[in-house]
Design a binder for this molecule. Structure first.
Ligand code: NAP
Length: 480
């Protein structure tokens, strides 16, 4: 059960897309559930010269409420300050407003600084919050930062130092919203709450793991950023490697932030770092081309017509720890694929010695559909009802479909965690660091070798090279 919280949020980038689409609806859900009630306030800041009233209307319009009265009351907790983060003067007025609201809503000095804007501003904001004494002495002061956290290890390290001068690691909450997804959080319960999975969760019984994060959309309005990032930095360094760490970490000593993070860090540290030649064998990069009435990547607005940025990546990776060193983990992610889905398939090894000589046994596969459906199922072989002895595959569904509508949105869960000071589902700096070291080796090999960029049609499941990555090992993508 969540308890009532009191806090002042200061959202940098309060007029932005993320704030409107994710943060205000998430805060409203926390308000509806009573986790936030009378003792909270939000200051939204950005350069636009909005009034409080206009800001409150924006907030109201961004939440979907059956109860307009409630949405109206909620919006009365929101205040706006026009603020250029580079301008020291603005922090003086921000401090005064923060103190006034702390008094008015009797918040007791708890502050959450949400940096929903470009990371290039993080250092300057953190420095000003300290130097202008916007951090309080009598409550907690937590900083929530959005991805991307750097574009390689070096820049991430610089960014971390810039923030770390002013905020201790325990107060920095790095968002990876996949960690707030119900089905991703379920990995932990499945693995460590069930002896049948716990005892089988190793290279003796698992043949391979497959992770797909496919998007149906193209680059949309993020073209400027995407062109400089690409799929490897945008999706693999964070979301995919976070899922890998949850799937391959050793069992922590307890269900606690410190112990869980320690084991996740160890798993990421154990990622096999490839030599350039190995990258060529184990990674595929590709770009979408026009098909099915959709534009190719190079024809999108703001994209270089000769762009070499990958919009798809597939790879075979290894976590070289005691339980997983020989288990290939196949990953893939891309834009403009056939469907939007996040899915994990854990394929168990075949029964040694099939006694049903005339019939093939289906693999046991544990499938976690993170989205859009939200489903966990286990494929097993059973006997067909009736005369004779025929086998059939069956899916045991392990997640009740009628609970789907109860799943909170990831940002709602993560904001509730940050309010209660629980950083379990946020990424620790060392997790970020090891992830970048792995990704940098791949990126470095691509840059060095001017790695060939494959192509795939919009609406497909990626280039044929991604299928060959598995077929070369005698396997195939379970999700197709
Ligand atoms: P956005 O819509 O471009 O918003 C950027 C915000 O920063 C705006 O509120 C802008 O407001 C403000 N801003 C820019 N320069 C400023 C300055 N010098 N001083 C004060 N405010 C300034 O971007 P976004 O999509 O919300 O993304 C925000 C961050 O979240 C980015 O780091 C992004 O990578 C990350 N993120 C976003 C999403 C998403 O779904 N949108 C998902 C994951 C991560 P003014 O123009 O009024 O100043």
């Amino acid at each position: 059960m969540r308890t009532k919280q009191q806090a002042l949020f200061i959202i940098f980038g309060g007029t932005g897309d993320l704030a409107k689409r994710k943060l205000y609806p998430a805060l409203f859900e926390l308000y509806r559930k009573g986790i936030l009630s009378e003792h909270f306030a939000v200051i939204g800041t950005a350069r636009r010269p909005w009034s409080d009233v206009h800001y409150q209307t924006v907030v109201q319009n961004s939440v979907s409420a059956d109860d307009q009265q409630q949405a109206n009351e909620f919006s009365k907790h929101f205040y706006y300050q026009s603020h250029n983060v580079n301008d020291t003067e603005h922090y003086v007025t921000l401090k005064k407003l923060a103190e006034r609201l702390d008094q008015k809503f009797q918040i007791g000095g708890n502050r959450l600084f949400y940096l929903a804007m470009s990371p290039r501003f993080f250092g300057t904001i953190a420095g000003h919050l300290k130097s202008q004494k916007i951090v309080t002495a009598d409550g907690y002061n937590r900083m929530i930062v959005e991805k991307p956290f750097g574009r390689d290890f070096k820049s991430a390290n610089e960014l971390n130092r810039a923030i770390g001068q002013y905020f201790a690691e325990k107060d920095v909450f790095r968002i990876d919203h996949y960690l707030g997804k119900e089905m991703v959080q379920n990995i932990f319960a499945l693995r460590f709450g069930n002896n049948i999975f716990r005892s089988l969760w190793n290279s003796r019984y698992i043949d391979n793991i497959q992770i797909t994060l496919s998007e149906a959309l193209g680059v949309e309005e993020r073209a400027g950023y995407y062109e400089t990032a690409g799929a490897l930095r945008d999706m693999v360094q964070n979301h995919i490697l976070q899922i890998v760490s949850l799937l391959t970490m050793n069992m922590p000593a307890s269900y606690s932030e410190t112990d869980i993070r320690r084991e996740k860090i160890c798993a990421l540290k154990a990622l096999k770092i490839y030599q350039p030649q190995e990258v060529k064998q184990n990674f595929v990069r590709a770009q979408y081309v026009a098909a099915n009435g959709l534009k190719g990547y190079r024809q999108e607005d703001q994209i270089d017509p000769k762009s070499q940025t990958e919009t798809f990546v597939a790879g075979k990776i290894f976590v070289e720890n005691e339980n997983f060193s020989n288990v290939p983990i196949y990953i893939r992610t891309g834009k403009r694929l056939q469907t939007k889905a996040t899915r994990i398939d854990i394929i168990f090894k075949a029964v040694p010695g099939n006694i049903f000589t005339t019939q093939q046994l289906a693999d046991n596969i544990l499938t976690i559909k993170v989205e859009p459906e939200g489903e966990i199922s286990l494929q097993v072989n059973t006997k067909k009802v009736g005369q004779g002895y025929q086998l059939q595959q069956q899916q045991l569904n392990l997640f009740p479909a009628d609970k789907l509508q109860l799943i909170p949105e990831a940002y709602e869960k993560l904001l509730a965690d940050a309010l209660s000071g629980d950083a379990t589902n946020f990424t620790h700096w060392e997790e970020v660091a090891y992830s970048w070291k792995f990704v940098d080796a791949v990126r470095h090999a691509w840059d060095q070798q001017r790695a060939a960029l494959a192509t795939y049609s919009c609406g497909s499941m990626g280039p044929k090279q991604a299928d060959q990555l598995l077929s070369a090992d005698g396997r195939h993508w379970i999700f197709n």
